[in-house]
Every structure is written in C-alpha cells, then in structure tokens.
Design a protein around this ligand. Structure first.
Ligand code: PBG
Length: 324
C-alpha cells in the first residue's frame, strides 16, 4: 500500500509508546478512602472484599503504609454506632467523636498526609439521609446546611486539611467557606461533590457503613444519571461559591461528565471511583474472568484521560504498591 501516514509507527516499541503516551498515573494522583469504627477491631467489609473498617490504630497504620507508597491524601468515612444516630444528627459535630479523634491521631502520626473529611449527615442520621428529614419526609435544605457548617468546623478544629461536602444540598459550599473563614480556617480547602449522581453504584458503601436511607431514596438531592447540562450548572455554582476542587461521582460511568466539567473550568477536578465500580472489578477478578491488576490500571487511566486530576479509589494503596 502507498501509505505515507501510518499511525502504527508511533506504537512500534515500548520506548516509542513511552514517548507518545498522553496520560500518566502515579500515586500522587490518588486519594485513599478509609472506613473507620469505634473499638479495637479491624473488620473486613463483606460487601467490599479487600476493604476494612479500621480501628483508630489500624487506620493510622493503613494510612501510613499508603502514604509511604506516595499516596498524598486519605478521606475518612466513619461507621457511627446506632445509639448515637439521631434525627438531628448532632453527633456529627461532637469534638470527641470518632472522626475528630481519627484526624488528631492521623495528624500526629503522619504530619505530611493530607486529611480530607466527608461532610454529610448520613452516618449520623437515624433517617439515613445526607440531610435532615422533616416529618413529612422532605429533605430540609437550609436547616441541613447549618448543621454541615458545624460538622466542617468540628473537623477543622481537629486539624482536617480539606472538607468534602457529599450531601448535594444547595448553597452549602458558600456557607461552608464563610463559616470556615469566620472561624479562622482560611487554609482549610473545600473539595465539593459537584456532580454526585443518585447512583446504584453506592450500594456496597452503604453496606459497609449501615448508612442506607430508612425510607425513600436520594433523588431529590443527588443528580439524575440522565443529566449532563445540569452538572455544568452545579459546577458553575460551586466554583462561584468558592470550591477549591470539583468532584464527579461515580467516575467510570460518568467520564463524559468529567470531560465536560474539565472543559468548563480551570479548577482541579476529582473523580470518585465508587464502591460499586470497585466491587465489579474485584468480583470479576476473583472469579478469574478479568486480570485484576490490568483492569484496575486501565480503569484509573481512563478516568485520568477523561480529565480528572485526582481520583478517589479504594485501589489507591494496592495500585501504588505495584505501579513500577
Ligand atoms: C454519603 C456518601 C456516599 C458515598 C460517599 N459519601 C453514599 C451515598 O451518597 O449514598 C459513596 C461512596 C461509594 O459508593 O464508594 N454522603
């Protein structure tokens, strides 16, 4: 064939492929979500094989190992004992609560590790929703935002570097920024769950924390999976309200959303490879149907290629242990 243009020339050797590779992935791009619980036990999570609900000691050790592999940040998800869950979710801002104690333990053991906390009421709420629930079942927006501010301040007092509102209430980024600044926490960053979809991919996570809603679903606050323009509207609002990082969640099934927000903002973008994405890879690999290491890498590269600067992934430590 008379073909002057042959794209395969750029793929002809490993060295050539290294030269033309467009997307890179290293442990510095990853954020490690960690589950924690009261008491001295480390409990394997049935719905998320390979993940554990850690005691404080276990958490400090696991976070330290990931950090030593180059992972710069962790994000914390607590399982709160049932007796502390109330309809006003007030345990979420107790200074002696599980999360503030974990922050202090992590900070003193690993001063260079960035500590991110989840800001939402669901682990503390007897109704299991991210917001306060009225008697008629409505999720109360403005009342919830006031509690989220108290929760974020509690995390900041304990030493959190970044708070990450996952609740999807309107106006919470501006309110959090104002509350943090007024209390002298100008340096605490906000990573906003900007486009968080009402997704069935969160199923295994809710199993891990016993945090499924007791009634109804999350569709009045989390986004409709059918919508993309609406994600740009949320992104514009979060940026205007002062978010430092915008997040898309889930990641793999929403690569188009990552790419669209990437094109619409100069802010850094995070994407959350959620529990269902993790479980699909783990279970298909355990059955011998997929090559786990290769699938993990490809799933993460795809998320980076779509435009995510950083990825929250349960594979953060595992992938970082074997990337070279
Ligand atoms: C709740 C929260 C959820 C996740 C992170 N924060 C679940 C939900 O919204 O129901 C899901 C994470 C995952 O599935 O890995 N604020």
């Amino acid at each position: 064939m008379n073909l002057p243009i042959r794209p395969r020339r750029n793929r002809q050797s490993s060295a050539m492929r290294d030269l033309v590779r467009e997307t890179d992935l290293n442990p510095g791009h990853l954020i490690y979500p960690l589950f924690l619980q009261e008491g001295g036990e480390n409990t394997p999570i049935a719905s998320m094989p390979g993940c554990t609900r850690w005691s404080l000691d276990g958490l400090v050790k696991e976070a330290g190992e990931a950090h030593a592999l180059g992972v710069p940040a962790v994000v914390l998800f607590p399982r709160i004992p049932d007796e502390l869950k109330t309809r006003d979710a007030a345990a979420c801002f107790a200074d002696d609560g599980l999360v503030p104690r974990a922050i202090r333990a992590l900070k003193s053991a690993h001063p260079t590790l960035t500590i991110i906390t989840d800001v939402a009421l669901d682990p503390y709420n007897s109704d299991g929703h991210d917001g306060l629930v009225a008697d008629d079942g409505r999720i109360l927006n403005d009342e919830t935002v006031a509690v989220l501010c108290q929760q974020a301040l509690c995390h900041a007092r304990a030493g959190a570097d970044m708070v990450s509102p996952s609740d999807m209430m309107d106006g919470r980024v501006a309110a959090l920024r104002e509350a943090l600044d007024a209390a002298g926490f100008q340096a605490v960053s906000i990573m906003s769950y900007t486009a968080k979809y009402a997704s069935a991919y969160y199923g295994p996570f809710r199993g891990a924390l016993d945090s499924a809603p007791k009634a109804g679903d999350k569709k009045t606050y989390q986004m409709d999976p059918a919508n993309a323009r609406e994600a740009l509207r949320e992104a514009a609002l979060d940026e205007a309200e002062g978010a430092d990082i915008l997040m898309v969640k889930p990641a793999g099934p929403y690569l188009d959303i990552i790419a669209k927000i990437r094109a619409a903002t100069t802010l850094p973008i995070a994407a959350y490879q959620v529990s269902g994405e993790y479980l699909m890879i783990k279970s298909a690999s355990a059955a011998g149907w997929l090559d786990e290491a290769k699938i993990v890498h490809e799933s993460l590269i795809g998320i980076r290629r779509a435009g995510a600067d950083m990825i929250l992934t349960y594979f953060a430590k595992q992938w970082s242990a074997s990337w070279r």
